[in-house]
Design a protein around this ligand. Sequence first.
Ligand SMILES: [Mg+2]
Length: 305
Amino acid sequence: MKQIMSLAFVALLAACQTVPVETPVADSPIEVPQAETVADLPDPIPGQQWLYASAEASVAMRQAWASIAGYVETAASSAPTQSVVLTPESAPGQPSFLTCEGKPLAAVFDADETLIWNLGSMGYFAREGIGFAPAIWDNWEKTGAGKAVVIPGALAGLDRIRAAGVTVIVNTNRDAANATGTEETLRAAGIGDFSHGSTLFLRGDAPDGSGKDGRRAMISENYCVIALVGDQLGDIADPFNDKALSVAERRSMTDAPAVASLWGNGWFILPNPVYGPSIRGGFDDVFPPATQWEPTPPAETPVIN
Ligand SMILES: [Mg+2]
């Protein structure tokens, strides 16, 4: 059994989600390993234990989805005139937003780890000690229907959003070549029927690769987008994914006064401690030197003769 390469897994799967990736080779032979019993395996990594199995994650997701639905209901009832999609020439530091021009309302969602948890592929990678394999992921996009599950709270939230007259649109970095498989996966998870090019937008639909701004612009040609929801900042706006940004700079960008109030009010991020550009940082990033602490040395034990 190969060692589980959690860091490589995180980095590479993050790349799959948010930045240009190696072109998946759909017809590459996939090695099918010998069957093993899971009892022989180490436990899944902590992030997977938390996200995919814990009661706390389930509660956090249901809280988030209730908040998203409530926001959308309120926004939809107020005849919004402004989208939450940035104009192409603006950025989070100095944002401007598209106008709605009387278009029908839409809420735009990422798919992976936003609408669905990819338990089938994640479990396979974990069991086999595979960090990430583009060919296997490509196969997952084609054949994973029924093995990805809807995130707790999402169905109730989507029902409320649809009842408010808001179209649910998915903007995912799954490959456009696998549109049928992704439509089947979303349908099998109970999320509904999506149609590539109208309610489902995929990597390859716009010329900016894994960037999603191009697809957000395409969606905005026909809709007033009142909510953007994802598990990574690239689900909101591509400038957040500038690789030159340090951990602190990226975080500061979300705190910029011009956009800080949008979180929970049109822009929503769901927790994903398993993979993605959020999983990075050295000791000084995670534990700033100013917070360094050491325990008080214990008092010397008195010597009694
Ligand atoms: Mg995602």
